[in-house]
Design a binder for this molecule. Structure first.
Ligand SMILES: Nc1ncnc2c1ncn2[C@@H]1O[C@H](COP(=O)(O)OP(=O)(O)O)[C@@H](O)[C@H]1O
Ligand SMILES: [Mg+2]
Length: 454
């Protein structure tokens, strides 16, 4: 009789093989037992006084169970449960697999160095996960970094994860990636001229394409910014740093608000939304688009309130018609906004006078205050901006630059780091001079006062 789980020829063969193997084992065991019994009988015959008492012998013998084993085997067929999964094998050791060449950068969640694969001589980037302070085992956030990166590594514009390696302890975990020569932040700071419009289009298109891929796989990146975008010398963008990435769903589960580096953080996050979606990544892309055009971060707030003020200053204060329901967001309740109409218009056109109408339209669509009307990555890729002249330049025609990461520690200009895990602050503000009354005090942040805590 075949097991109810065996349904293919391969399974049947495997079941038969298992049966035969078990029968052979039983036969061998029985043979051994007989030999031992014969030896014991011979020994007993030679020295009858040393044979163990019957009761003791009863306790130690296990042949009784052997005797019923064949019966049990008949009634209990092996059940073959087959799963398609990768073979699990041990991680390689960092020291025996890689030679460290130079330190690239220490960020908020990891230390990155350039290294050489000792087997293939390929140059790679090693990111050491910061686990020293962990007391509860391997943190879920690091697990997410590895799983989301692994799920998206086939996209040409996502940095390729090669493997995970270990050091001497369980707190010594490294992710190994392809080495990429530049990050866009360092490059923007060092370039004599900003990218041409045709080059900016190429970069933006690649970024949108990778983001559309992540979103189609239900992955939120949650920390898109120029320092997390790598660029190789073949003009290809690679999204990196999945330290805050996670899977989401429909409807989105409750998610932490404290994500995305301040300057790239969407207004709904600043206003305390606990459910949010892919739109937060699109907002960050809008900020990156602006930064690529000028080489300067678009919205450089000093704190959460100041960030919101800068956003409203550029794009206008939201109204019930431009962002229905925004007042119900937790932090919006305690903020007072100026009401005069002069503050509700967008200043994008004035800020980017050289950008075409289609360009301003796409930037405005990415930087829409209401997340519901913000453009999706798929739709942005179809935008007129990419079809009008100048057309996006072929990636391989993009200029190349000497790689700082290749040899030395990069110069670092100030910019805020990714948020530290924990609770987001509750904002409470009172309009003093008004949002556009200027920043009187740093702590007050453009007329609002900021109270931390709950
Ligand atoms: N694969 C890579 N190749 C080259 N440089 C990299 C690579 N990955 C990261 N870097 C550099 O290291 C910096 C920090 O890495 P990142 O993954 O962003 O860590 P963190 O989570 O600490 O911000 C990046 O901004 C980039 O300059
Ligand atoms: Mg980073």
């Amino acid at each position: 009789m075949s097991s109810r789980w065996t349904d293919t020829a391969e399974d049947l063969a495997e079941a038969t093989r298992l049966k035969e193997e078990k029968a052979a084992k039983r036969a061998a065991k029985e043979r051994k037992r007989r030999e031992a019994a014969a030896a014991a009988a011979a020994a007993a015959a030679a020295t009858p006084t040393t044979s163990p008492p019957a009761s003791k012998r009863q306790k130690t013998r296990n042949d009784a169970s052997d005797a019923i084993a064949p019966e049990r085997a008949k009634t209990k067929e092996p059940k073959l449960l087959r799963f398609n999964g990768a073979t699990i094998s041990a991680c390689r050791h960092v020291e025996t697999s890689y030679e460290r060449l130079n330190h690239i950068e220490e960020g908020s969640y990891g230390i990155v160095s350039r290294a050489r694969d000792l087997e293939t001589a390929e140059i790679v980037a090693l990111k050491r996960l910061k686990l020293e302070r962990e007391t509860d085992g391997f943190p879920i956030t690091s697990l997410r970094e590895v799983t989301t990166l692994m799920a998206s590594r086939e996209h040409p514009n996502v940095v390729r994860l090669r493997e995970v390696v270990m050091g001497d302890t369980l707190k010594d975990v490294y992710i190994v990636m392809d080495f990429v020569e530049h990050d866009l932040k360092t490059l923007c700071e060092d370039m004599a001229e900003p990218f041409l419009l045709s080059e900016t289009k190429t970069l933006l298109q690649q970024l949108l394409s990778a983001t559309a891929y992540l979103h189609s796989h239900w992955i939120l990146h949650r920390d898109l910014k120029t320092s997390n975008l790598l660029l190789n010398n073949r003009g290809q963008i690679k999204i990196a740093d999945f330290g805050l990435a996670r899977y989401t769903g429909d409807p989105a589960p409750p998610l932490t608000q404290l994500v995305v580096t301040l300057w790239y953080r969407a207004p709904e996050l600043l206003l305390g939304a606990t459910t949010y979606g892919f739109e937060i990544d699109l907002w960050s892309i809008g900020c990156i688009f602006g930064e690529l055009l000028t080489r300067n971060p678009l919205l450089q707030g000093k704190n959460e309130i100041d960030q919101l003020s800068k956003i409203f200053e550029l794009l206008g204060v939201p109204t019930e018609s431009t962002w229905p329901g925004f007042r119900r967001l937790p932090n919006a309740k305690s903020l007072t906004f100026p009401k005069h109409s002069a503050t509700t218009g967008s200043l994008l056109r004035t800020k980017f006078p050289l950008l075409t109408k289609a360009g301003v339209d796409l930037l405005g669509a990415l930087l829409r205050l209401d997340p519901k009307s913000r453009i999706s990555a798929d739709d942005a890729l179809m935008h007129e901006f990419f079809r009008e002249e100048p057309r996006p330049k072929a990636a391989e025609m993009l200029p190349t630059f000497p790689s700082k990461a290749g040899q030395e520690k990069r110069r670092k200009a100030f910019s805020p780091g990714a948020p530290v895990r924990g609770d987001a602050p509750v904002l409470e503000g009172v309009v003093g001079g008004g949002v556009f009354g200027g920043v009187e005090e740093e702590a007050a942040g453009a007329g609002f006062s900021l109270r931390m805590g709950r």
